[in-house]
Write a protein that binds this ligand. Structure first.
Ligand code: NAP
Length: 323
């Protein structure tokens, strides 16, 4: 089969012919239709985080996919050839024509979504769900500040929090204000122009931090006592959390079929919607990586789009069409 691989840390992406995976009794072979690009594809491939995010080289990136079941192992009962599915996995491997997966990480593809749209959902939507509800304990009537509200994870977080009956504040670029408001935020703060802690209307029950650094440090100032700071990018200082009498935790996505099934139902009902910025062919994965690297300075030897550079895209996921 064709697959895009990383042969060495920091190396180029290479389109290769590689053996099609064989499946164990409890696995499913998926013919991949689309996959999507995530920051941690680039981070893992760069080797900069190899202590916490190790990979086996050569490595096929791709932590989410949509496709059609090609073959099932003898112990798999719930799925059959021809079923349209989508899912997210922790190991990668989806920049390829075929992928072997466990049933525990897939769900039926929402019927109203294209394969390109479906491939863009699993990582971002499940991260948002788990960040808000599993780690942030967000409830109806509470308030939340979401940093990076226009991004892939942030846009699901805004939609899910708003649907859950929370009041949503978000930070984003000014260009994205109308988009973030349209999906449920009641106040959008332009992070390039204002300090959120100076303009936020009130203190919040939960901060969902998709940015880190100084943004995370300043987030303690806007949390109510007893509130939760949930971070997706870096660990939270327990000293600072104790000082401000809040809880602080870095989350790590745990893909789950049940969780993804719940998200699929919300997509089918039109309660939440996907956001695809650009679809590339699989063999153009390197272009997609250059595009996303603009949001991820210094990773994989790519230079970010510096100050004043024109923005290639506003918001939404980068998808790779495989078949
Ligand atoms: N822990 C986990 O399990 C997990 C899972 C998934 C993702 N993540 C991480 O979560 C982060 C977000 O991922 P993503 O896929 O949503 O990224 P994304 O689509 O690139 O979105 C990032 C967004 O943040 C905005 N932004 C940049 N600097 C900002 C700032 N200082 N304040 C507010 N907004 C700012 C960007 O806007 P502009 O482009 O306009 O600057 C962009 O809209 C990444 O670091 C990713 O690695 C972690």
């Amino acid at each position: 089969m064709k697959a895009v691989r990383v042969l060495e840390y920091g190396g180029q992406l290479v389109l290769d012919d590689v053996p099609t995976p064989t499946i164990a009794r409890d696995e499913i072979l998926v013919k991949v239709k689309s996959t999507a690009v995530n920051h941690f594809d680039l981070v893992k491939a760069s080797g900069t985080a190899r202590q916490i995010l190790p990979i086996e080289l050569p490595w096929i990136p791709g932590h989410e996919f949509s496709g059609v079941v090609e073959q099932i192992g003898s112990a798999v009962a719930a799925w059959g050839p021809g079923d349209a599915v989508f899912g997210g996995n922790e190991r990668g491997g989806a920049y390829a024509e075929y992928l072997a997966v466990k049933p525990a990480i897939i769900a039926r593809k929402p019927s109203n979504l294209s394969f390109e749209e479906a491939a863009s959902v699993p990582v971002a939507a499940q991260t948002a769900w788990q960040g808000l509800f599993t780690h942030g304990h967000l409830e109806k009537g509470q308030t939340i500040l979401i940093h990076g509200g226009a991004g892939a994870v942030g846009a699901y977080a805004v939609q899910l929090a708003s649907h859950a009956g929370a009041t949503v504040f978000a930070t984003a670029s000014g260009d994205d204000e109308a988009f973030v408001t349209s999906i449920g935020a009641s106040q959008v703060i332009d992070y390039r122009k204002a300090q959120f802690e100076k303009v936020l209307r009130e203190k919040v029950d939960v901060v969902f931090d998709l940015i880190g650094g100084d943004t995370q440090k300043r987030s303690f100032l806007v949390l109510k006592e007893g509130g939760h700071l949930v971070a997706a990018t870096q660990p939270v200082s327990q000293e600072e959390a104790a000082k401000h009498r809040v809880s602080g935790e870095m989350m790590r996505l745990e893909p789950s079929a049940d969780g993804l099934g719940r998200i699929a139902r919300l997509l089918e009902g039109g309660t939440i919607r996907p956001d695809v910025a650009t679809v590339y062919a699989l063999q153009d994965a390197a272009h997609a990586w250059k595009d996303i690297a603009g949001n991820l300075p210094g990773v994989h030897g790519m230079s970010p789009s510096g100050p004043g550079a024109s923005r290639r895209r506003s918001h939404g996921k980068l998808v790779l069409r495989v078949a």
